[in-house]
Structures are given as structure tokens and as C-alpha cells.
Design a protein around this ligand. Structure first.
Ligand code: HEM
Ligand SMILES: *[C@@H]1O[C@H](CO)[C@@H](O)[C@H](O)[C@H]1NC(C)=O
Ligand SMILES: *[C@@H]1O[C@H](CO)[C@@H](O)[C@H](O)[C@H]1NC(C)=O
Ligand SMILES: *[C@@H]1O[C@H](CO)[C@@H](O)[C@H](O)[C@H]1NC(C)=O
Ligand SMILES: *[C@@H]1O[C@H](CO)[C@@H](O)[C@H](O)[C@H]1NC(C)=O
Ligand SMILES: CC(=O)N[C@H]1CO[C@H](CO)[C@@H](O)[C@@H]1O
Length: 353
């Protein structure tokens, strides 16, 4: 059933050429990439049947209070998967063992409340089912629900990931997370290292249809000189928000519909109103321009491609089976928890691990 990427690309381009999106959308509606060994669609069906409804219910409530948590959760899953695989290592608080992913520059702007929210979800889930669901799976489901509850596509998430016991180093984080100043050539290379192709790159970049960015992430386009690709009124707005390159202010990533998961991100790129170099260059570069245009013209096509690429990204270097562990606290390895419980209660507290 799984469509090859080449086939998908052909469909994208045929849609672009023919503008006959309805047929294309139908053809894609059931397609998922192949499952990684050890993951399955029904992994928790007997051990935690209420897993997905529990997460969705709590997130619905959390987003009513702060819609900014949705983009924050989506970005956490992306960072997790790109650095050392989707193993929840991004959630680990720095410890004596060394600097963690969270301490590397690209992670400066991961939102702490969202990291905490993942552990709250874990608590609700573990209360219902016991310590059987991994933080990595909860993170993947929370990202999916962030997309869906913001107006984006619903899709199934393969489950069975285990949590990593290794911190990702600062260097690894820098090596795998592409910078917002990168051009399409460097982005294709960066995604390519993880076997993600050009279509995945353009589709996943659509995650920037929700959320915010700090001035420092795009000041390269303002100072010392203005990036001439930017549309005039958009550039003036960015200068007002970021009077200096070290301003701590933020702007929305999608000026048309900042909190709605839709295809306006691509429309912005066509209007030269993309925020980061890494966004706008997808429209400048001839290799990706056609895909940007096809997503701008056809939201359903974007949704199908996004879901497909998210499932693909969500399976990068996963730990399964007996690898890794199921963390009892998403911010700490069980080893570190049991070490601290040795001090606190003589080591009995976490003996089940
Ligand atoms: C293509 C390479 C990518 C680059 C260079 C990139 C870079 C960035 C940067 C610099 C920010 C803003 C950080 C800040 O200043 O606060 C950001 C935000 C964000 N990114 Fe990406 N990103 C990329 C891919 C992705 C992917 C694949 C996703 C998810 C599918 C994603 C989802 C997000 C979201 C949702 C936000 C907003 C976070 C918030 O509001 O807290 N990004 N990204
Ligand atoms: C990390 O990278 C820096 C600069 O490339 C290098 O000097 C340093 O030795 C690296 N650290 C580790 C632990 O690999
Ligand atoms: C893209 O970026 C790379 C690395 O920064 C640079 O060497 C290359 O010249 C750039 N390519 C284009 C077309 O601007
Ligand atoms: C931004 O915030 C940092 C840390 O809070 C502060 O040191 C810096 O002065 C701020 N920059 C500006 C331009 O206000
Ligand atoms: C989880 O671990 C973190 C980091 O060690 C700690 O700060 C936090 O209090 C722990 N949470 C719970 C509920 O024990
Ligand atoms: C969210 C998060 O962990 N942010 C951290 C990123 O790294 C800086 C510098 O080490 C920390 O101060 C932040 O708390």
C-alpha cells in the first residue's frame, strides 16, 4: 500500500500541472510509509486502550488555555527525531552526565511548559495503564494532536518506541538540526543525512504554519543588510518588531493564520513573506518551487504529504523491543531517578525498574 516517494512526487507534480487535486487526494488518502521494525499501529491496544483518547482530551484542555503549546509540542517532536532518533532524549533535563540537547543553541527556544506538559500527559497515562507507555510515543502522539487540534490532518501514529538512555551532546544537536539561515542546498543535505527527501523537506517545513520565531532566528535577513527577496511591507514589519539584531521579540511564523494549521505558509512563500531564509529559499530554489506552489494551491495535497512525512520522520532511529526503557519521568532517565531515590528512600521507590 505504501507509495514510494517517487510516485508521490509524480502525483504532486501532476497535481501542479493538471490542477486536478480531487483525484490525487483520494489516491493518497490511505498511504503511509513502511513501518519501522518493532513499531505497530495497535501496540497499546490491550495494554493501554485509552492512551490516545486520554492524550487528546488533556491537550484539548491545555490548548484552550494556551494555543502556543501546540506549535511548541510539534517542534519538540521534530527536534527529538532529528537528533539521535525519536527516543525522547530531547526531554531530558541537563544533568551531571553532561550537557543535553536542551542546552544546545537551537534548543534555547524550546518551550519549557510544553516539555512539562508531556510529563503531565505521561502521568495521566501511567496512572491509567501503569508504566507501559514511552515518553517518545507520548511525544509523537502529542505532535499529531497539536496538528489535528489546530485544524490540520488527522493521521495514525505507529507506536512502540522506547525511551533512550543516552543524552544527545551539544555537538550532535548542532550537527543534525539545520539552522534557519540555511539555503535549500544545505537543507536537502541535512534532511538527506536522515534519508528524508526533498518532498519530505518541503512538506515538513509546512510545520511553520503555526508558532513563533525570535528575532535572532531571522535577523540575518535584516542586518547588516536587508535580504532583497523579502516583500517590502513584510520587511518593514520585521524591522519594527526587531529594531536590533539581538532583540528578544517574536513574530508569528505564518502571518496569515498564525494559530491555524493550514497551507497559508506556502502562500506566504509565494508572496515572499516567509520568515526564515530556510523557508523562503524553498520558493527561490527551482528544485523545490514546484512543490511549494502545489501545496499553496491545494491544501489537501499538503495535508496528505505532511502526514506521510511526519510518520516517516516519527520513525527515525527508533528504539524498540528490549532497547532503551520506559521512563517513569519524561525528564529523567530511570537510572538518574533511582540514584536520587537511593538518597531519598533507600532505593525502594523505583525497584520495579
Ligand atoms: C527545515 C528545517 C527547519 C528549520 C531550519 C527550522 C527552524 C526553526 C526555527 C529557527 C524556529 C524558531 C525558533 C525561535 O526563534 O523561537 C522554528 C520554530 C518552529 N518549528 Fe521549525 N525548523 C525546521 C523544520 C521544522 C519541522 C520539520 C517542524 C515540524 C514538522 C518544525 C516545526 C516548528 C514549529 C511548530 C515552530 C514554532 C515553535 C513555537 O512556536 O514554539 N520545524 N523552527
Ligand atoms: C564539539 O565541537 C567543537 C567544535 O567543532 C569541538 O572543539 C569539540 O571538541 C567538540 N566536542 C565534543 C565533545 O565532541
Ligand atoms: C548554500 O549554502 C552553502 C553553505 O552555506 C553555500 O556554500 C552555497 O554557496 C549556498 N548555495 C546557494 C545557491 O546560495
Ligand atoms: C534579551 O534577553 C537577555 C536575557 O534575558 C538580555 O540579557 C538581553 O539584554 C535582552 N536583549 C535586549 C535587546 O533586550
Ligand atoms: C522529573 O525529573 C525532573 C528532572 O530530574 C525533576 O525536576 C522533576 O521534579 C521530576 N518530576 C516528578 C513528577 O518527579
Ligand atoms: C528549554 C531549555 O531547556 N532551555 C535551555 C537552553 O539552554 C540554555 C543555556 O544553556 C538554558 O539556560 C535554557 O534553560
Amino acid at each position: 500500500m505504501a507509495l514510494t516517494t517517487t510516485a508521490l512526487l509524480c502525483l504532486v507534480f501532476s497535481s501542479y500541472l493538471l490542477h486536478s487535486s480531487i483525484y490525487v487526494t483520494k489516491a493518497l488518502s490511505q498511504s503511509y510509509p513502511p513501518l519501522a521494525e518493532g513499531l505497530s499501529w495497535d501496540f497499546y491496544d490491550s495494554s493501554c486502550p485509552k492512551l490516545e483518547s486520554t492524550i487528546r482530551r488533556h491537550l484539548r484542555k491545555a490548548f484552550k488555555g494556551d494555543i502556543g503549546l501546540a506549535p511548541a509540542l510539534l517542534r519538540i517532536h521534530f527536534h527529538d527525531c532529528f537528533v539521535q532518533g525519536c527516543d525522547a532524549s530531547v526531554l531530558l533535563a541537563g544533568s551531571a552526565s553532561g550537557p543535553s540537547e536542551q542546552d544546545a543553541p537551537p534548543n534555547l527556544t524550546l518551550r519549557r511548559e510544553a516539555i512539562q506538559l508531556i510529563d503531565e500527559l505521561r502521568m495521566h497515562v501511567h496512572r491509567k495503564c501503569g508504566t507501559v507507555v514511552s515518553c517518545a510515543d507520548i511525544t509523537a502522539l502529542a505532535a499529531r494532536d497539536s496538528v489535528y487540534l489546530s485544524g490540520g490532518p488527522e493521521y495514525a501514529v505507529p507506536l512502540g518506541r522506547r525511551d533512550g538512555q543516552h543524552f544527545a551532546t551539544r555537538n550532535e544537536t548542532l550537527a543534525f538540526l539545520p539552522p534557519p539561515t540555511g539555503n535549500t542546498t544545505s537543507l536537502i543535505a541535512s534532511f538527506g543525512k536522515l534519508n528524508l527527501d526533498t518532498l519530505d523537506l518541503v512538506a515538513l517545513s509546512g510545520g511553520h504554519t503555526i508558532g513563533i520565531g525570535h528575532c535572532g532566528s531571522f535577523s540575518n535577513r535584516l542586518y547588516p543588510t536587508r535580504d532583497p527577496v523579502m516583500e517590502n511591507s513584510f520587511a518593514r514589519k520585521l524591522y519594527r518588531t526587531c529594531p536590533t539584531s539581538d532583540s528578544n521579540n517574536t513574530v508569528v511564523l505564518d502571518l496569515k493564520s498564525p494559530s491555524r494549521f493550514d497551507n497559508k505558509y506556502y502562500v506566504n512563500l509565494m508572496n515572499r513573506q516567509g520568515l526564515f531564509t530556510s523557508d523562503q529559499d524553498l520558493y527561490t530554489d527551482r528544485r523545490t518551487r514546484g512543490i511549494v506552489t502545489s501545496f499553496a494551491l491545494d491544501q489537501e495535497l499538503f495535508f496528505e504529504s505532511f502526514a506521510y512525512s511526519m510518520v516517516k520522520m516519527g520513525q527515525l532511529s527508533v528504539l524498540t523491543g528490549n532497547q532503551g526503557e520506559i521512563r517513569a519521568n519524561c525528564s529523567a532517565r530511570n537510572l538518574d531517578l533511582s540514584l536520587s531515590s537511593v538518597v531519598e528512600d533507600g532505593g525502594k521507590g523505583l525497584s520495579q525498574f
